[in-house]
Design a protein around this ligand. Structure first.
Ligand SMILES: [Zn+2]
Length: 238
């Protein structure tokens, strides 16, 4: 991964020149810092850029995020059109359509970074916890969302983690693992060094996204200084 890409000028990354996973993560976290501090640049949102993108897209990150209305990716990472390939479900599940969408971005579009984006006070995790405690499955297709989150509740219980936001972080890391375990295509891209998968945990009030998982372990650690100034060293996604 010796490819070099100029630092952001507000219109980067350049089309047709995907950055490395580390550069992509640094770009994303820099945008989040601008958002947190109330100094967004709103890059790549002008009419000229819109028109220039019509011929093709080269997003530098895939966001597998929760559907929560407060988690709009282009806003919280201060990006614009063509920057992020966003796949959202309640509770950032890793079902077949999500996996197919991630594989499309990584293999066809050459996107070098996959980000699992969860957040505190997640309603999907709360719904799963309610179902687990009452033994009553939710009606309709919400049951599929709950079923996707339940394994993370089990893992949290094994570790003695009971607070909701601690469970959220475990669920984010679990989703990172699930993407890699269920998609041999994604796993191969990561093994070849062309892609990394990281988990970011977002705080609704502060607007800050911090890293809670990374594959390869340590991917983007240099870029992971939190907006609050503390170093966020990524643990293994185990
Ligand atoms: Zn959520």
């Amino acid at each position: 991964m010796t490819q070099t890409v100029p630092r952001s000028t507000g219109r980067e990354p350049a089309a047709g020149s995907p950055p490395t996973p580390e550069q992509a993560l640094a770009e994303l976290l820099a945008g989040n810092r601008r958002f947190v501090t109330g100094t967004p640049h709103h890059p790549n949102q002008d009419a000229d850029h819109r028109a220039a993108l019509a011929g093709g897209q080269h997003p530098f990150a895939v966001i597998v995020g929760c559907s929560d209305s407060r988690l709009a990716a282009e806003i919280i990472f201060d990006r614009g059109l063509g920057d992020l390939f966003v796949v959202r479900t309640a509770g950032h599940t890793a079902g077949p359509e999500v996996l197919g969408s991630v594989e499309y971005a990584v293999t066809v579009l050459g996107t070098p970074l996959v980000v699992v984006l969860g957040h505190d006070s997640c309603g999907a995790v709360q719904a799963a916890r309610a179902a687990a405690s009452t033994g009553v499955a939710p009606a309709g297709h919400l049951g599929a969302v709950v079923d996707a989150v339940l394994p993370s509740l089990g893992r949290a219980a094994e570790r003695g983690v009971e607070d909701l936001d601690g469970i959220v972080d475990i669920h984010i890391a679990h989703t990172v693992e699930a993407l890699l375990a269920r998609s041999s295509v994604l796993a191969a891209e990561v093994a070849a060094g062309r892609c990394a998968v990281v988990g970011l945990s977002y705080r609704l009030s502060a607007g800050e996204a911090r890293m809670v998982a990374a594959v390869p372990v340590g991917a983007g650690a240099d870029a992971a200084e939190s907006p609050a100034g503390g170093a966020a060293r990524p643990p293994a996604a185990a």
